[in-house]
Design a protein around this ligand. Structure first.
Ligand SMILES: C[S@@+](CC[C@H](N)C(=O)[O-])C[C@H]1O[C@@H](n2cnc3c(N)ncnc32)[C@H](O)[C@@H]1O
Length: 248
């Protein structure tokens, strides 16, 4: 059997014979209105989003190990989504879709409020150049959108190897979520859930990991109001950490 590896770490799942392949491409967003999860996956099941999914390693890991959950991974880079889709198709996964789409746009325009069980964000781009800081994904306004998208009790999972981003997250996440930082690696993937995590572990970078549930005593309107009072992510991302990005 052919085993795919990334930096020596096996890629989750098995490549099936071609007659078992699926189509994981989500090619078009609805012209009007929001995504209907039941129509998209053909069943009622908890929905998991992986935002900025890169080559889809974490999305595929979760889809393979949790057939009871439906998954959508998105990224703004078409090339990484091509890799993700190919691997998802080859593994015959029916509980998985990938789309080329920005995370903010997805939540704001296409995700029905209170409709998602889990939102995962692994290693959001820190954007080192001060001119690019406005592109950082995790802002208070974005976290209010995550809060709005999650079902009551829904979970955010987030991690970064950038110390500036980690400190910012420690400050803002507890406003919207009952958040707990995780000490130690994910038990389901001790060598890394994602491509970036594998690289960061090899470089022995400290990794901030954690998860939390959306606060149930915070209304969507209050979350938006609170977000307006919180600082934007203007931390120094430390350009010396940029080398790993070229590899990733
Ligand atoms: C450092 S990589 C991490 C990829 C993957 N999650 C991992 O951990 O290996 C950051 C990813 O976020 C994507 N990205 C950047 N801005 C985004 C946005 N606004 N919406 C969705 N994806 C974004 C980039 O294209 C890139 O693939």
């Amino acid at each position: 059997m052919q085993i795919e590896r990334e930096f020596g770490v096996p890629f989750p799942g098995r490549i099936l014979p071609q007659n078992k392949w699926t189509q994981t491409a989500l090619k078009a967003m609805p012209a009007e209105g929001r995504l209907n999860w039941h129509e998209l996956f053909g069943r009622e099941a908890p929905v998991v989003l992986d935002l900025g999914c890169g080559n889809g390693r974490s999305t595929i890991l979760s889809a393979v190990s949790r057939p009871t959950h439906d998954h959508l991974g998105t990224d703004i880079l078409p090339v990484v989504i091509r890799y993700a889709r190919k691997r998802g198709n080859q593994r015959g996964l029916a509980n998985l879709r990938f789309a080329v789409l920005g995370a903010h746009e997805l939540l704001e325009q296409y995700v029905e409020p209170n409709s998602v069980a889990e939102i995962h964000i692994y290693h959001p781009q820190p954007y080192y150049d001060p001119k690019q800081i406005h592109r950082r994904l995790i802002t208070p306004e974005f976290l209010a959108l995550v809060h709005r998208s999650l079902q009551p009790g829904g979970t955010i999972v987030i991690q970064t190897d950038n110390p500036g981003y980690a400190n910012y997250l420690r400050d803002v996440l507890p406003v919207f979520f009952d958040f707990h930082e995780r000490i130690g690696r994910w038990p389901d993937a001790p060598k890394g859930r994602t491509r970036r995590e594998i690289l960061a572990l090899k470089k022995k970078l400290p990794i901030f990991r954690g998860s939390g549930t959306a606060k149930t005593d915070l209304s969507t309107e209050d979350a938006v109001r609170l977000a307006e009072s919180l600082p934007p992510p203007t931390f120094d991302a430390d350009r010396r950490l940029r080398d790993l990005d070229r590899l990733a």
